[in-house]
Design a protein around this ligand. Structure first.
Ligand code: TXA
Ligand code: MG
Length: 342
């Protein structure tokens, strides 16, 4: 199969691919997605094949507005509409009780389904034109960093899917925040492009699932099945160093050798001579770090980096999502220097 590259003007061609059960790369504000008609079980099955995705990892449905929630979800709590009004279209996925019309292929048999309204005009137009909710995981091959531009998605998916719509670079750069609204206390399952602080400002208390901060114990059942897999990983092993920025930079300087890759904040880009350095933004700018972190992880695969160290931001704002992606890329292999270390 030859994978076509479509432009923002090809809305009808893109919608036709979806209606015919094909696979389509779609731009969103977070990362590129690998979309199919979410009501077509056969098409949804092909997503898993193209990605090499484990069969027990459910997909989320993309809709153009909150009024579509009722079509695919039941017992939708008022909080869902409050959040939709405040944050949709935007980087927030809500886990809700599903209706029977949502295929088991999407939910992997769960009684719940993730719902998201992406903030990208082209993709919203494609979904409306296809007149179907679009099931879409991130557009990387399973285990790889998520793609934040059409070229990165082409790297992973060329020959495996019908087309990719080039909608430019993703403005957020990490996937959506996932919140479970089917439990008594709303629960953060994946930190992402919408901060925990923003959710708490609207909902009051929000619990944070254990899988966000630490690896799953053997045999433990994650609430977001995707959280149990090593993810986003470059080929070389990654070590994440947490603590104050200057302390983590010093630590990495002590460890660095000839084929060392370093993910660092802009202020420290000159600290690692001879290393392969990817800076991801200023230490105090987690939104910029979010935009650049997947590209940095991806970049090492075309180098001879044999090991990679990463400076890790704190948990405030989008820092929680950046830290989570780095730690997952590292398989949670983390060195914690503590807050006071300088
Ligand atoms: O920003 C995003 O969310 C991107 C773009 C393309 O929209 N999509 C994305 O999809 O990141 P994916 O499949 O890579 O990640 C979705 C996560 C997975 O970890 C999955 O296990 C979890 O959502 N998930 C899906 N349905 C769920 C459910 N019913 N209950 C709990 N977790 C669920
Ligand atoms: Mg993904």
């Amino acid at each position: 199969m030859k994978t076509r590259l479509l432009t923002e003007r090809d809305i009808d061609a893109a919608a036709t691919i979806l209606r015919r059960g094909g696979l389509l790369g779609i731009p969103t504000e977070t990362v590129y997605g690998l979309g199919a008609d979410g009501l077509n079980p056969e098409a949804v099955r092909r997503i898993f094949e193209a990605k090499g995705r484990p069969q027990d990892n459910p997909l989320i449905l993309h809709i153009p507005e909150a009024s579509w929630l009722e079509r695919y979800c039941r017992d939708v709590p008022a909080a869902a509409y409050t959040l939709a009004e405040r944050f949709w279209p935007g980087p927030l996925t809500m886990i809700l009780h599903r209706r029977e019309n949502v295929p088991d292929e999407v939910t992997c048999g769960l009684g719940t389904v993730g719902m998201r309204c992406p903030n990208h005009p082209v993709t919203l137009a494609i979904i409306r034109a296809a007149e179907a909710p679009v099931a879409a995981p991130s557009g990387n091959r399973s285990g790889r960093p998520s793609p934040t531009c059409a070229a990165h998605m082409m790297e992973d998916m060329n020959g495996r899917i019908d087309a990719i719509v080039d909608g430019g670079s993703c403005g957020v750069g990490v996937e959506s925040t996932i919140i479970d609204l089917t439990v008594p206390m709303p629960r953060l399952l994946r930190p992402g492009g919408l901060s925990l602080e923003a959710l708490r400002a609207v909902l009051g208390e929000v619990a944070v699932d254990g899988a966000v901060l630490a690896p799953m114990a053997a045999g433990e059942r994650p609430r977001a099945p995707g959280m149990k897999y090593r993810h986003y990983a470059p080929k070389a092993p990654v070590t994440v160093v947490t603590g104050q920025a200057v302390g983590t930079a010093r630590y990495i300087r002590e460890k660095m050798g000839e084929h060392t890759g370093v993910i660092c904040f802009d202020e420290y880009a000159g600290w690692f001579p001879g290393c392969i350095v990817e800076s991801i933004g200023s230490a105090g700018a987690p939104e910029e770090q979010a935009r650049r972190v997947f590209d940095a992880l991806r970049a090492f695969d075309s180098t001879d980096a044999a090991e990679i160290f990463a400076q890790c931001p704190g948990d405030a704002g989008l820092g929680l999502a950046v830290a989570n992606r780095l730690k997952k890329a590292a398989g949670f292999h983390t060195v914690d220097l503590g807050e006071g270390e300088l």
